[in-house]
Write a protein that binds this ligand. Sequence first.
Ligand code: PHB
Length: 403
Amino acid sequence: MADAPVDTATSVPVAVVGAGPAGLMLAHRLGRVGVETIVLDTRTRHEIETTQRAGILEADVARDLVETGVSDRILREGHEHEGTEIRFGGRAHRIHFKALVGESVWLYPQTDVFIDLADARDRDGGTVHFGVEDTEVLDVTTAAPRVRYTAADGSRHEIRARYVVGADGSRSMCRNLIPEDRRVRYGKEYPFAWFGIMAEAPRSAPELVYAHSDHGFALISQRTETVQRMYFQCDPDESVDAWSDDRIWETLQARVAGEDGFRLAEGPVLEKAVLRFRSFVQEPMRWGSMVLAGDAAHTVPPTGARGLNLALHDVKVLADVLLRALGDGGEAALDDYQPQALQRIWRAQNFSHWLTELLHTPPGASPFDRRRRLGELDNVVGTRAGRTYLSEQYTGWPVSAQG
Ligand code: PHB
């Protein structure tokens, strides 16, 4: 296989496996300074575009997407949120990010970020092959790694690169190229999942609502004037077929109900899915000439909406490091990537885990656990330090000054 004849062989400085936001943004950043890439994905563009993902961008990430020429649509169609609402004990508590830490976030779905990035690659003449099969990444411990793949038309190709980036998502095959005895995988599973819906209904609130109740967690997010995104905590083995629209609305209403009489605007459920999640990090993030970025190296529960933001932070650091490595720095320049990326990754791991535990009610929670959690929620929303901590973590940390 590794040496079977191919139809074409092409040389580029960087081959990227994975055309999600991490892979495409890396290609975009490198393309802007004249470094050519070839990006591959086993999924079709349509498959990626129609997969629902989270929707919150840190202000820095939104700014980068605008300033590097990927998306000014964010400014027209996205919504700046200066805060969020935390509901528990039947009451609403607004956390005013802007007033507390001077930052806001943008509601702009990941699928739109992907569409903007894919369009920007098309516009700039970048090479992206969707729907490829039988991808093989070879010779990563040498200075001449190769990637082989079968194109959608059945032809077989080889890319000869100086570096390979594994941005191939949470089911990454690239990360498996790091030998088992040389890698560590840190992870945690949760005893709950999210039931996610898309519903045709007007907005129920101007900002996101994160709700904790004795029955479990719920999140009220938005998409457009007429389509809303909502989630509620469910069993990881829950079947979507067991959930009628009526049962979904009854569950969501119970989780956000309160003395203020808050109710969700209901409408037909357009899509429903059970979304499992886990916390995961693999170290190292580099093996020879191959570097991992985004979900391939780490995943977080969706509660703090950190996943996309982290992935785009990885490739910001990585684009600089690769440029230096391709220039005078040589391969040693790659050594700077992991420490810089990991600091933010572990901060985000901690935040995502903390917010998940804070807002969910695990099955079998004892009366003490349930009552203590309310005490913690009260500490978070009822003290300036608590609100500031939440705001600082949720809106992200500055890229260079991490102090
Ligand atoms: C979403 O809009 O889909 C969303 C927002 C915030 C989260 C997770 C998902 O924490």
